[in-house]
Design a protein around this ligand. Sequence first.
Ligand code: ZN
Length: 308
Amino acid sequence: MTEDELYARLKAFEGRPAATAAQGRDPVNQPMIRHWCEAMGDTNAAYTGPDAIAPPTMLQAWTMGGLSGHSNGAGRSTAQDELFALLDGAGCTSVVATDCEQEYLRPLRPGDTVTFDAVIESVSPRKTTKLGTGHFVTTRTDVRANGELAGTHRFRILKYAPAARPEPQGEQGDPKPLRPRPVINRDNQGFWEGVRRHRLLIQRCTACAALRFPWLPGCNHCASPDWDTVEASGAGTVFSYVVMHHPPFPAFDPPYAVALVELAEGVRMISNITGVPYDKVRIGMPVQLEFLRVDDDLELPVFRGSEA
Ligand code: ZN
């Protein structure tokens, strides 16, 4: 099959349904809203109390079937499976989600029954990306609450054939690649100046005293552009973490732990944990700031943990 023939067959899927008259697994409900808000750290008062609405960005959550899928398969169409099988057959066996757009027409409220229809909206011509060449597939889901259109959710993926990997570096005596340099601009240069002097500086709004990190031009609480800094004591705890196994990045040796550290001052920052093996990092672990000399030109604030 030539590229043109393949694309003609892919285009024929545009407009075909991916789901028809499908049912949300649960009605809109306060417990799911509360879990979402806690996970997002969203304390907006609109999402609690007797007149609560659901956070608009939860739109897709109400349409998801969970790990076990939708119990009865109702509303499911085979068009998307057929499209993916065609792409798989053309070598586009990998998939990555690229972006999502949502449009909100009316708020969802606890008790609303959710139904939805999904359509394969577009399939792009073959595109070459850094990951490989393939086709972007956009699916639009119209979400209804009690039968009334409440919002649309557009989800775009790239189905692609992975690009050939470059030969691994460093095995023929090549110098190991350097870690990426921080992008220093006028909004964050004070932070990096602090790092050079082995001081971890947190921005403080001089109008409302709210601390913020990372550095930003304005205050999240009161929008004031005026600020000074406070120096972090260096004490913190691991608020959350991931262990990076894949993909490998030059200059990094997986597996390694990347932690979200909550500083004693209350702000959080992302950094590496040193002093303990990656598989011994735990949520709640006390850590202490130190400065790691990475190479001749780069020093980074990291956090040292200890196995209790
Ligand atoms: Zn402020």
